[in-house]
Ligand binder design. Structure first.
Ligand code: AMP
Length: 416
């Protein structure tokens, strides 16, 4: 049975908490963005305040075994500083019995990177000569995974999942471990907040509802676009994926990004939108460049008439003005994906402007604004607007799968 962090009695108990401490580190192993650590602190503090102790487990990066640069030891200082409680470290997540036994209430023990073991993800590592060999290796990892999970579960009295970013993965620490705590499992505040925010947009929003979907590819966003037709009144489509739509409509797109095999699908999607009464706002005028670089020559043209040799890179001011009008008339806004090549400063203007408009819609119209996905989140954060929108989602892939209507293993494991 699912429990709730606000009502659960943590006094004298050890809680094992799956967090997402997968933070970016520079070459000197310093954290360059601690957002994810900050996000998990309220959950950890709550357990400690209520008289419990926390055992923290996370992954960092994509190690293929024990790798110094992916060690969670690099982040301990920051965790201790933000938590304001003693933080200890177990350098092997499968051999922490003594440290767990010595852990006092009010303390925190961070376990070393779970992904140092292949059992966390349940996938074999290395090269295999044949499919049979790979299958056999997978069977071994899956078998060993049972012991791996059992060991982690043995450390604690209750389990909290607060890692929304990995909720779409059926890993040992995100899904399987919950079975060991049938009556003592719950979501942390990050998970609760994410689920509530997305559910609000999908199920109980104030209308008009507008979604902005950007990014590079039609193929990766088409499912979510169509799924959202059931929830939104307007859909703004920007970024690299628009050129596939424009080419399918008979436009000249020059060297712009295009997935020829998705063109028919793009046209079908526009038809579906019409049938469902959803208004689509594709970018119209765009900034094009003669090179994929910051110092390229640029000009503004219609994205139905991009000259040969030029490539669509960003939304032009007239397109942004059209979108702004739609957004300023919306009461609920969901944003995923950049509307231009955001990594190159010269073509980040459109994406930054969207961040600005969302902050304005929140402040001036009381719109509920939800931002998710790496680049969109980076844009609102860099612009200093993270506190000026209603909710910033920490999980890109997980958010997309949730919006697509999929049951996420990390959520299902707690609720079942
Ligand atoms: P996604 O991960 O699908 O949200 O896509 C994000 C990527 O889309 C970023 O790396 C952007 O640079 C890229 N992108 C956005 N607009 C364009 C464009 N007009 N041309 C090429 N790439 C784009």
């Amino acid at each position: 049975m699912q429990q709730f962090i606000d009502t659960y009695d943590f006094a004298g108990k050890k809680a094992i908490v799956r967090v997402d401490f997968n933070v970016p580190l520079n070459a000197d192993m310093q954290i360059t963005d601690d957002t994810r650590i900050r996000a998990a602190i309220p959950t950890l503090k709550k357990v400690i305040e209520k008289g419990g102790a926390v055992i923290v487990m996370s992954h960092l990066g994509r190690p293929k075994g024990v790798t110094e640069k992916f060690s969670l030891k690099h982040i301990l200082g920051r965790v201790e500083e933000l938590l304001g409680a003693p933080v200890k470290f177990a350098d092997d997540c499968q051999a922490a019995d003594e440290q767990v036994a010595a852990l006092k209430m009010g303390e925190c023990l961070v376990l070393e990177n779970l992904r140092f073991y292949a059992e966390e993800e349940g996938k074999p590592r290395g090269e295999f000569a044949t499919e049979e060999e790979k299958k056999a290796a997978k069977a071994v990892v899956k078998e060993n995974q049972k012991e791996f999970v059992k060991k982690l579960a043995s450390y604690a009295d209750c389990y909290i999942n607060d890692a929304f970013g990995t909720a779409h993965r059926a890993h040992a620490s995100t899904a399987l471990i919950a079975d060991y705590f049938p009556n003592d499992k719950m979501f942390g505040y990050v998970m609760e907040g994410e689920i509530k925010a997305i559910d609000h947009v999908l199920k109980t929003p104030e209308h008009p509802v507008t979604a902005i979907v950007g990014g590079a590819k039609v193929s990766s966003k088409i499912t979510i676009i169509e799924k959202l037709f059931d929830a939104v009144d307007n859909m703004i489509i920007g970024g690299g994926m628009v050129y596939t739509f424009r080419k399918a409509q008979g436009g000249q797109i020059g060297r712009s990004l295009c997935e020829d095999d998705q063109m028919q699908l793009a046209l079908d999607t526009l038809k579906k939108a019409e049938e469902k009464g959803v208004k689509i706002y594709l970018s119209k005028e765009v900034v094009v460049a003669d090179d994929f670089s910051n110092d390229a020559n640029t000009k503004i043209v219609s994205n139905m008439e991009i000259p040969e040799g030029w490539e669509g890179m960003d939304a032009a001011p007239s397109t942004l003005a059209m979108w702004e009008e739609v957004l300023m008339n919306s009461k609920t806004i969901l944003w995923n994906g950049p509307v231009g090549v955001f990594e190159i400063p010269a073509f980040a203007k459109g994406t930054n402007r969207i961040a600005e408009i969302l902050a304005k819609a929140t402040a001036e119209n009381g719109a509920f604004t939800l931002v998710g996905g790496g680049d969109s989140v980076a844009a609102v954060t860099q612009m200093g607007f993270a506190d000026k929108v209603s909710y910033v989602s920490t999980g890109g892939g997980a958010m997309l799968e949730y919006l697509e209507g999929k049951e996420l293993p990390g959520i299902a494991a707690i609720r079942k």
